[in-house]
Design a protein. Structure first.
Lengths: 373, 259, 316
């Protein structure tokens, strides 16, 4: 549809907008700017510190991917107009459930993973059901679950195993087909070739001498990419995506137009729980143990990534790609500060500044889009 | 005159001991704009809510296209083709015009096993429908928040029409608008009427009603004072009927006929 | 074009300068990174920070302290990986959870980085990850020794106030103590949380509900300080047998006034200071002590408080 066939003339009150401006005003802009600035800064200050060799890149990509996985869920939920503060506790809980099922009860790992996923998604659904049914703010309901789930995560292993960290999952997961989907690595062939060709660092001693230090892309990163693509397409290219926007923008209006707002919200709570469970499963499969303190404060990290990515705290506006960029910024800053040799306690200061800058920029962009003053 | 599309016969509605409607009869014809006038508290809102299925009448009958109708809830009315554009517009400011236009009725395109939102089609239809209503959008992805109040009304009306409304109930669409925007909305009403859709236009502004109305029904304290056809009644008479008579005559005299 | 880029770089540099303060001194050559498992809020690790700073200064090497802000061990694993990627001469870290941390540590070792385990870990685990040595206090043994001592003083039952319930290594202290006493740990370990008011109230509640409790064992200043207040408020200060792990200002005062019978000092200063010295000498001259170094337990009682009091919270 080109402008050429507009017959009745252009409304003189609509100001001409330059193409550049039109291209710029999108929810991801803050995230894109932030990403460029952050990378420029670290290239400048930590370019030769190992941050950009194969191992360094893998390090901050993995951390960013972790944030991305939970940010996708948090982003869609926030656009649908709700919060989930129980994400961090859900990570701890899901990890602990896998450990209890597979190590304590001795189930096969694939079965433990599937049951844990069902359990987590059901709890997410319960979260959503309570929010939708009671009309209480999701802030309060999920805050309750933050404590409930964390409480169980500490209580259950103490009750059953008399300790708060359950290990030995790696042995249990040996040869398990589903465990590989979360804890395995892909492109290992490519990396060993790169190592042989001397393009990436290899181990200097030990049993793995000569093998590349980075021997593949962890499934964690694959999951992050898959979830980001899925979330982005769901949000922008499907009917359901439109409903997500509508539910968060104005639930009453959406209902009047026939959008099943309650169903949308509950499904988004379930999806958020699913993402938390993916996070937990990847972590447990990689590290081989589940601890009661896993995932502490992760809900806020997810929300920060989403907000840096341009989503509106009040719902109805945002972008999954933006949230992914927010997660990338978060991960790069968190790990990059170490590389740059900055006192680690200043990380929070830096994070706060970035958050503030991103929110101010995003508010400005949103005003341009919506024309509000 | 053709068969009325909606006939409301002796509608009564009681809320506990309060009699909101005490026997109101109105006929609405396709392709005509039926103005429902009345001061605040006259029972206009109750009446249109009865028509759109929100309230069930305590007594009286509703005929839709000649058949007696009993709406259980607003959905029945909507699927029958009775669309209401509320003052609360069911528009989401942060979303684009085309996303709003198709909210709840998204066009789908099948790619492989998955249904996708057909943005191309949605954008095309939106631009077309809006142009029919005389509004040139910057683009289909323009946010509704950037539109003026009148334009938003028009989007809401265009949406209802596009999704097959036979009867369009407009609840005070001009009450909060400026002169120019009001004119736009009135022009939209005119266009909709010409497409053969029955319009029920609720207002308490006689001049707005006179501008587009084909028939005029005045409600006062839950009763009709009868329906008049265009040309049979003057604005002054309408004003009198709305106010319930005498006192406004004196008031109007002192204000020089400007009310 | 080039000059504009230079200007921009300069501008960013100026803007970021306050945040870019490197921790290490301007030492050339060796760089050592200490990765702890403690959250930012844990004040006990301050001694560790001071310890490596002093060692770095004395040995003229660059040192860095890093920790997961929330104490999440999975985050700590990432920090170890990251520390390895930045290519230091050595890494000093803890083995708070063998499952989580062994992978990254072993990878660092295999990359040619010397690793010393401090504070948490067992000698077997340390050998298994390929670290040079262990500097710390074997927690179970320390608890066991304390239990024997308490048994000798006539203690038969106790309550263990655990403020880091999720740390298995710390909980070993309670198990060791129970075994030293020759009693079953059972429900005698309480999860006190980290908040001082909560700790105080939980200790009070426990002691009210179980008035026959002979002794209190706290696992660090975080739980000891509020517990001191609790026993004073209940009027049993000096009456109930009170032992604690680790030292701090309040604990030292408590020992001095006789409310606390003894404190077990694992001498964190040595856990930070010695690895830097050992690593530097190993890198420079190839010399290495032949065994693990036990930095504790050392029992601190009323009689030996001089130096402790002087440097409590700083180096003690």
């Amino acid at each position: 549809m080109s402008d050429g066939n507009v017959t009745s003339g252009v409304d003189e009150r609509i100001k001409e907008q330059s193409r550049l401006r039109t291209a710029l005003i999108r929810p991801e802009l803050g995230g894109i700017c932030g990403t460029i600035i952050v990378f420029a800064l670290f290239l400048l200050f930590a370019g030769d510190s190992g941050m950009f060799n194969s191992q360094g890149v893998l390090n901050w990509s993995t951390v960013s991917a972790q944030f991305m996985i939970i940010a996708v869920g948090a982003c869609l939920l926030m656009i649908a107009g709700e919060f989930d503060l129980s994400v961090g506790s859900m990570i701890g809980f899901a990890g602990m459930m896998i450990a209890i099922f597979s190590v304590t009860l001795g189930w096969p790992v694939w079965q433990a993973i599937i049951v844990t996923f069902i359990l987590s998604v059901a709890i997410g659904g319960l979260n959503g059901f309570i929010v939708v049914r009671t009309g209480l703010p999701s802030f309060i309901v999920t805050l309750a679950f933050l404590f409930i789930l964390r409480g169980f995560t500490i209580f259950l292993p103490q009750l059953i195993e008399r300790k708060t960290i359950i290990g030995g999952i790696r042995d249990a997961a040996e040869g398990d087909w589903l465990a590989v989907v979360f804890g395995g690595k892909v492109l290992t062939g490519l990396f060993s070739w790169l190592g042989e060709a001397g393009m990436i660092a290899t181990f200097e001693r030990g049993t793995k001498k000569g093998m590349p230090v980075v021997d593949g892309i962890p499934m964690l990163i694959v999951w992050a990419i898959v979830l980001v693509i899925f979330g982005h397409i769901l949000l922008t290219r499907t009917q359901f995506g439109n409903w997500v926007f509508a539910s968060g923008g104005d639930a009453e209006s959406a209902r009047n137009s026939g959008v099943p707002v309650n169903r949308v919200k509950i499904l988004m709570f379930m999806f958020t729980a699913f993402c938390a469970c993916v996070f937990a499963t990847c972590q447990v499969m990689e590290f081989g143990s589940a601890g009661a303190d896993r995932g502490l404060l992760k809900e806020f990290e997810a929300i920060i990534a989403v907000v840096i990515g341009g989503a509106l705290l009040t719902g109805g506006y945002g972008s999954v790609i933006g949230a992914a960029l927010g997660a990338l910024i978060f991960g790069v800053v968190q790990q990059g500060l170490f590389f740059a040799g900055v006192e680690s306690s200043l990380f929070r200061v830096f994070l706060g500044l970035i958050l503030l800058a991103a929110v101010i920029l995003n508010t400005y962009i949103r005003r341009m889009i919506t024309g509000e003053r | 005159m053709s068969e009325p599309i909606i006939q409301m016969k002796n509608i009564e509605k009681h809320f506990g001991s309060v009699i909101a409607l005490a026997g109101v009869s109105v006929d609405v014809h396709a392709g005509e704009c039926h103005c429902l006038l009345g001061d605040n508290g006259a029972g206009k809102s109750t009446f249109i809510k009865t028509m759109s299925g929100v309230h069930k009448p305590t007594a009286g009958e509703i005929y839709f296209e000649g058949q007696p109708m009993h709406f259980e809830d607003p959905r029945d009315a909507i699927s029958a083709g009775i669309a209401t554009v509320h003052q609360h517009l069911a528009m989401i400011p942060l979303m684009s015009v085309s996303r709003n236009f198709f909210m709840g009725n998204e066009p789908l395109k099948k790619i492989g096993p998955v249904n996708f939102f057909d943005h191309e089609k949605a954008n095309q239809i939106t631009m077309e429908e809006m142009r029919k209503m005389g509004i040139n959008l910057r683009g289909p992805d323009q946010a509704v928040g950037t539109l003026s109040g009148g334009e938003r009304q028009t989007v809401a009306i265009a949406r209802a029409v596009h999704f097959g409304a036979k009867v369009l109930i407009l609840d005070e669409p001009t009450s909060a608008l400026g002169v120019r925007q009001t004119a736009n909305v009135l022009a939209t009403i005119d266009k909709v009427r010409k497409q053969g859709i029955a319009v029920v236009f609720i207002t308490h502004n006689v001049r707005h009603a006179m501008a587009v109305g084909d028939q005029f029904t005045v409600l006062n304290r839950g009763k009709t004072l009868g329906t008049a056809v265009r040309g049979d009644i003057s604005p002054e008479e309408l004003q009198d009927m709305m106010a319930g008579g005498q006192e406004l005559v004196q008031l109007e005299g002192s204000l020089g006929g400007t009310v | 074009m080039f000059s504009t880029m230079k200007k921009m770089a300069l501008a960013t540099a100026v803007a970021a300068a306050p945040l870019m303060m490197a921790t290490g001194a301007s030492a050339e050559g060796e760089k050592y990174i200490l990765v702890s498992h403690a959250p930012d809020s844990d004040s006990w690790w301050n001694t560790i920070k001071n310890g490596i700073a002093l060692a770095g200064e004395q040995m003229n090497v660059e040192v860095e302290y890093r920790n997961p802000p929330t104490g999440d061990l999975a985050d700590m694993a990432r920090i170890i990986e990251q520390a390895a990627a930045s290519g230091p001469n050595g890494i000093i870290t803890t083995l708070a959870d063998f499952d989580v941390l062994s992978g990254p540590i072993r990878a660092a070792v295999d990359q040619g980085i010397n690793v010393i385990i401090m504070n948490s870990g067992t000698p077997e685990q340390v050998r298994e990850v390929g670290a040079l040595m262990f500097v710390g206090q074997p927690e179970y043994d320390a608890g066991f020794a304390a239990g024997l001592r308490a048994k000798g003083d006539g203690v038969g039952s106790f309550v263990c106030v655990n403020h880091v319930i999720s740390n298995t290594v710390v909980a070993e202290r309670c198990r060791g103590f129970a075994d030293g006493l020759g009693v079953d740990l059972g429900d005698q370990m309480i999860d006190s949380g980290q908040d001082p008011a909560e700790i105080k109230n939980r200790v009070t509640a426990y002691l009210t509900a179980n008035p026959e409790t002979d002794a209190i064992l706290t696992l660090g200043p975080t739980s000891a300080d509020p517990t001191l207040l609790a026993v004073e408020e209940m009027g049993i200060a000096g009456d109930i047998y009170f032992g604690t792990f680790d030292l701090g200002d309040e604990i030292v005062k408590g020992i001095k006034s006789g409310v606390i019978n003894w404190g077990i000092d694992q001498q964190p200063f040595l856990q930070a200071y010695l690895p830097v010295v050992v690593l530097t000498n190993y890198d420079r001259y190839g010399v290495l002590p032949g065994n693990n170094i036990n930095s504790g337990p050392g029992f601190v009682t009323k009689d030996a408080l001089g130096k402790v009091e002087e440097f409590a919270g700083e180096y003690r």
